[in-house]
Every structure is written in structure tokens, then in C-alpha cells.
Design a protein around this ligand. Structure first.
Ligand SMILES: *Cc1c(COP(=O)(O)O)cnc(C)c1O
Length: 398
């Protein structure tokens, strides 16, 4: 019999009732160190006083008015995002997939509004993840997400990750843009080398394409810059963000240059809930924290410490961990054992992580962690690796 809850997730048998900083407390009283952060969402940990205050204050005033009217929180947050990034303008929505939908529509509209509606195709990369809507599963191109859902939305040409020649060959008269995650998250924590980012930018300029970045996971300070593309020195034309933007409150955004957004006039796009006052109050509060002096320096320092400690664990447990990869606090452990085995062993010992493609265990801790949290996580990781190498006698006897 089907459960009342549509069974689309393979959930771990644990439920949480309370969080505090980087810790979660389960309904059975157990305490966990949360190095998954709700899949890179709780960048400021759980129950951050500044975010609670912002949400509570707004909740007592006004929840929703619709986009039939001005929403002052949207005006404020868009101005601040514009000031902090390459962008000139921002559309607010409620999730990462919706931010990508806006980015895809904007890319197509850009060319259409310049008299070239035949240019609607977007080049994407194998291993990408852009969300679960019909267009974003087509953009991601992963069979397991496309199967059984009818004809794949047309307009996406996928090339192997890291293959710049394939990108060049894929550019044709119908190409509108290139869509890429600066660090593939779900695909196994694979950073795009900065020289490839620069080459993609030049290819876009040369062929009149838009460079569209999916920073839903890599954005909002996760890699040690406010946005991951800043490491390469190039800027996109359009960028989708979400996850940490609301620190746990659902909100997404599509940022763009004035030129790229030129076709998106009144009536071309919308969302009932997008940019709702509650989401904007939290988004503005998140930005207070992300833009605070010294914050990104903290992320870089703690990320370096964690990466160095992980390197030592990987050296010590070569039968379990093949490689440590990633940027900032978007880190991956490429496993030699099945990644689910390591993730389960970690969770049993009180450390939460997230699986990824390519047999990787992702470490996405809240950006506010300190060295003590790192040491606690490393201790658990060491124990888990030991448990996976020193198997019970049952295995050893065979
Ligand atoms: C999570 C994610 C998405 C989808 O976001 P949703 O909020 O789940 O729709 C898109 N792109 C990337 C890179 C992501 O990590």
C-alpha cells in the first residue's frame, strides 16, 4: 500500500525536531553534526538568531501581497545583489529549478527579441544537475531523471564534462547559450578549471552566446567567494541561485545583465509566490551575514583547515577514500567503497553528509563551523573509515 506521503525519496530513518548552529537533534534525542546542511542550504547553521528575528518580524507584519504590487523587500534585496555581483537585474522565485527555468527562458528570449528566434538551443554538460522540472531534467540530461516522463524538452545539447573541443563542435546556428555549474555538485563535486571558464566566456563572446551559470549550490559564499565564478575572473550573462540564499527558507533568484534581460518585459514571466515578503526578509538577513566583513575570510580559512585534515584522513585510509576534491566548503570524498556505505557509517556515528554522483560523499557544512567542529567531524570520519577497513570476522575469515 502506498504511503500517504508520495514515496519519491529514499529517506534515512531519522527525523529531526530541533537545530542549533551546525547541530541537529533527532526525535529520539540523538545529536548529529550536520555536514550536509540540508544540501548546502543552511549556510548559517540552524536557528541563527539574526534569521529568526528577520522572519519573525516580517511574519508579524505581512506575509504575502502578490506581484500585482510593489514588494519593498524585493526592491531592497535586488539592489543589494546587483551591488554585490555582475548583475543589473534580478527575478525572484522559490527554488533552484525555477531560477533555472527563468534563466533558460531568458536565454531564448534574448535571441528572439533580437530577431533570431531560431537560436534557442543551450549547450550543457554531462553529470550536470539543474533541477527536476521538465526543462531542467532535459538540461541536466540524466537518463534516470528523464525516463518515463515523455518526450525530453527540446533545445539542450549535452557534451562531456571538461571537453572544450566538444563544446566548440556543438556550437551551431541555433545555439543560444552555454549553461554550466562552476562546480558540479550532484555530479560528484567536480570544479570547472578556471581556464575552462575563461574559454567558455570567450567562446560565448565570439559566437554571440549567453554564458549562463548555475550557482544554486556553489553560490552564497560556499566556495569562499560570494559566487564560485569569481575565482575564474569571468562573469556570466545570467546566473541562477537558490539554496543558501534563504538559509532554509525557500527562495531562488535569476540574476542577469541588462543586455541579457532585455527581452524580459512585463508579462513575459511570473510567479505567485516569487519574492514573497517572508522570503525577502530572510534573504536580506542572509545577505547581511554573507556580506559581513571577514565572513568570506572565515570560510576560506576553515575550508583550508578542513581540506588539509581530510587530506590526512585520505592518506591514512586509502582503501576507503581515493581523493578529496572540491572548492571551499563544497567538498567531496571520492570513495573506494560504495559511497552509501561511508555515508551510513558516518551517520551512525553522528555525522551527516550527502551522497553525489561518481561515488562521492559530499561535505557541505554550514559556513559558520569552527575548528572544533572540523576536529569532531574528522574524528568521526576516522572511526567510520576504520570500521569499513576492519570488517567483522565474517568477511575476514572468507
Ligand atoms: C539543488 C540544485 C538545483 C535545483 O534546486 P531545487 O531548489 O531543488 O529546484 C539546481 N541546480 C543545482 C546546481 C543544484 O544544486
Amino acid at each position: 500500500m502506498i504511503s500517504p506521503l508520495l514515496p519519491t525519496y529514499a529517506r534515512a530513518q531519522v527525523a529531526f525536531e530541533r537545530g542549533e548552529g551546525p547541530y541537529l537533534f533527532a526525535t529520539d534525542g540523538r545529536k548529529y553534526l550536520d555536514f550536509g546542511a540540508g544540501i548546502a542550504v543552511n549556510a548559517f547553521g540552524h536557528a541563527h538568531p539574526h534569521l529568526i528575528a528577520a522572519l519573525a518580524a516580517q511574519a508579524a507584519k505581512l506575509w504575502h501581497t502578490s506581484n500585482l504590487y510593489r514588494v519593498t523587500g524585493q526592491e531592497q534585496l535586488s539592489e543589494r545583489l546587483v551591488a554585490a555581483t555582475f548583475a543589473d537585474t534580478v527575478f525572484f522565485c522559490n527554488s533552484g529549478a525555477e531560477a533555472l527555468e527563468c534563466a533558460i527562458k531568458m536565454t531564448r528570449k534574448f535571441h528572439a527579441s533580437r530577431g533570431e528566434p531560431q537560436r534557442f538551443r543551450i549547450i550543457t554538460f554531462e553529470g550536470a544537475f539543474h533541477g527536476r522540472t521538465l526543462a531542467t531534467i532535459a538540461a541536466g540530461g540524466q537518463k534516470k531523471y528523464l525516463e518515463g516522463f515523455g518526450p525530453k524538452v527540446d533545445g539542450f545539447d549535452q557534451v562531456p564534462f571538461g571537453d572544450m573541443d566538444a563544446v566548440k563542435r556543438a556550437i551551431g546556428p541555433e545555439t543560444a547559450g552555454i549553461l554550466i555549474e562552476p562546480v558540479q555538485g550532484e555530479g560528484g563535486v567536480r570544479p570547472v578549471p578556471p581556464e575552462h571558464m575563461r574559454e567558455l566566456r570567450s567562446l560565448c563572446d565570439e559566437h554571440g552566446l549567453l554564458l549562463v551559470l548555475d550557482e544554486v549550490q556553489s553560490g552564497m559564499g560556499r566556495t569562499g567567494k560570494l559566487f564560485a565564478h569569481e575565482w575564474s575572473g569571468v562573469t556570466p550573462d545570467i546566473m541562477a541561485i537558490a539554496k543558501a540564499l534563504g538559509g532554509g527558507f525557500p527562495v531562488g533568484a535569476c540574476l542577469a545583465t541588462e543586455r541579457a534581460a532585455a527581452g524580459m518585459v512585463a508579462g513575459t514571466h511570473g510567479s505567485t509566490f516569487g519574492g514573497n515578503p517572508l522570503a525577502m526578509a530572510v534573504g536580506n538577513a542572509v545577505l547581511d551575514l554573507a556580506l559581513a566583513p571577514g565572513f568570506l575570510e572565515h570560510v576560506n580559512a576553515i575550508a583550508n583547515y578542513l581540506k588539509q585534515q581530510l587530506g590526512m584522513i585520505a592518506d591514512k585510509h586509502r582503501e576507503v577514500i581515493e581523493e578529496v576534491r572540491g572548492e571551499g566548503l563544497l567538498l567531496g570524498l571520492k570513495c573506494k567503497v560504495p559511497n552509501t556505505e561511508l555515508a551510513n557509517a558516518l551517520r551512525e556515528r553522528g555525522l551527516l553528509t550527502v551522497g553525489a554522483g561518481d561515488n562521492v560523499v559530499r561535505l557541505l557544512p554550514p559556513l559558520i563551523i569552527n575548528e572544533e567542529h572540523v576536529r569532531e567531524a574528522i574524528g568521526i570520519l576516522n572511526d567510520a573509515c576504520l570500521s569499513l577497513t576492519h570488517r567483522p570476522a565474517k568477511d575476514a575469515a572468507k
